[in-house]
Design a protein around this ligand. Structure first.
Ligand code: PMP
Length: 408
């Protein structure tokens, strides 16, 4: 059953109303990037047409307007995340840059030989590689919480993997391949009990479910606007104020300083301390429109809609010979359906189904260790969002059957 007025929602997304290869576009690559509603596109254009100027160094009218809109967007992000203070909400260039800030600023200052960094086997490369870089620099060691065969974190193994050597737990709130929604609160509670800090990759959670950083108890949370109806090039790093205050800045440059001499600098107050250089001004301001769009629909409603679509896809795909869906039941995940078909290359599926107008993604999805765990090197992934319909799920599965009739 449908809980959203998807027709009305679709009317807000100009890009969806087109044909590709002569077929109506069925856009199922939302885990990579979502599309933008008119409200976000209008916000982008409005800023560039009327309010654009560099922020925070103003004095003149346009700069003051751009600055106040930039700060209003920060306030929207604070509310969206449930953070206590705007000082804890840092504009970055995306999840990758948020996580790199935590790894290189907090990590380098706080990790040493003998310390442990706990990740999981389902991490995106952007929540692995920065930790590997920091481990190489500091001598800290990386451990990975295993996943179960059905694609859940092996939570019963967590207590044994945590010790006073564990300095940070870096874990995703939702997998970009399996869709699995992880028990972040529980992980944080257990990690805090051994004194570890927890950094949550919310790139795939923020678009699809309500999140509240205070309820989680998270120390750091990273997300990207482009996966939640917003523009690319901007993201958020949430950090607890006392941690952000205590750690050194990451990037150095303009805006992040209080005073500078030839010999040295003193850092600016939060959040400027972590916003070196000119930020993605237009994109950051337009993020507010995306947040408001999501809040108007309601994140819980969005998750229910996606899970309904995922469940329908599971049902329609169930009798396809040799097809295996990776990950848990639809009720335990966001609307992501990754799959393999015996003897068929996921890339071939992706390329051929594109000719039917269906946009899915094939590859390792920046999660090579996860695929290795399943003994595969790639998978095909259909990922749903707020504007997808049951009819599109039907079109996708019908096209998949045709493709497999040729390939299998
Ligand atoms: N983590 C997860 C779980 C993701 O899905 C992604 C995007 N695929 C990232 C991190 C990286 O995000 P970005 O490319 O926007 O920096």
């Amino acid at each position: 059953t449908e809980n959203l007025d998807v027709d009305a929602i679709r009317a807000d997304f100009p890009i969806l109303h087109q044909t590709v290869h002569g077929k109506p576009l069925v856009y199922l690559d939302n885990a990579a990037s979502s599309q933008k509603p008119r409200q976000v596109i209008d916000a982008l254009r409005e800023v560039d047409e009327r309010y654009y100027a560099n922020v925070h160094r103003g004095g003149h009218q346009l700069s003051n307007e751009a600055t106040s809109m930039y700060e209003e967007s920060r306030e929207a992000a604070r509310r969206f995340l449930g953070a206590k203070s705007n000082k804890e909400v840092i504009f970055t260039y995306g999840t990758t840059s948020s996580i790199n800030t935590v790894a290189h600023a907090w990590g380098v200052a706080n990790l040493a030989a003998g310390d442990e960094i706990l990740v999981s086997e389902m991490e995106h490369h952007s929540n692995l590689v920065p930790w590997q870089q920091v481990a190489a620099r500091t001598g800290a060691k990386i451990k990975a919480l295993p996943i179960t065969p059905d694609g859940l974190l092996a939570m019963d193994e967590l207590p044994a993997m945590l010790s006073e050597r564990t300095k940070i737990v870096a874990v995703t709130a939702a997998s970009n391949v399996l869709g699995t929604i992880n028990p972040v609160e529980k992980i944080i509670r257990q990690a805090h009990a051994v004194g570890a800090v927890v950094s949550v990759d919310a790139a795939q959670a923020a678009p699809h479910k309500p999140i509240n950083v205070v309820e989680w108890g998270a120390d750091f949370v990273a997300l990207s606007a482009h996966k939640m109806l917003g523009p690319s090039g901007v993201g958020i790093l949430y950090g607890k104020q006392e941690l952000l205050d205590a750690m050194p800045p990451f990037l150095g440059g303009g805006s992040m300083i209080n005073t500078v001499t030839i010999e040295g600098f003193t850092p600016a107050m939060l959040p400027a301390k972590f916003e070196a250089g000119t930020p993605p001004i237009t994109a950051a301001i337009a993020l507010k429109a995306a947040i408001e769009y999501l809040e108007n629909i309601g994140l819980a409603n969005i998750l229910a809609h996606e899970q309904m679509l995922a469940e329908y896809a599971h049902q329609l795909m169930a009798d396809i010979p040799g097809l295996k869906i990776l990950g848990p039941d639809p009720q335990q995940k966001a609307g992501i359906v990754s799959f393999t078909v015996n003897g068929v290359s996921p890339n071939d599926i992706g390329m051929m189904i594109d000719t039917a107008g269906v946009a899915i993604r094939a590859g390792h999805h920046c999660a090579m260790p996860l695929h290795a765990k399943y003994g595969i090197s790639s998978s095909a992934r259909a990922s749903f969002y707020v504007y997808n319909t049951r009819e599109e799920v039907e079109t996708f599965v019908a096209a998949l059957r045709k493709v497999l009739a040729i390939l299998a």
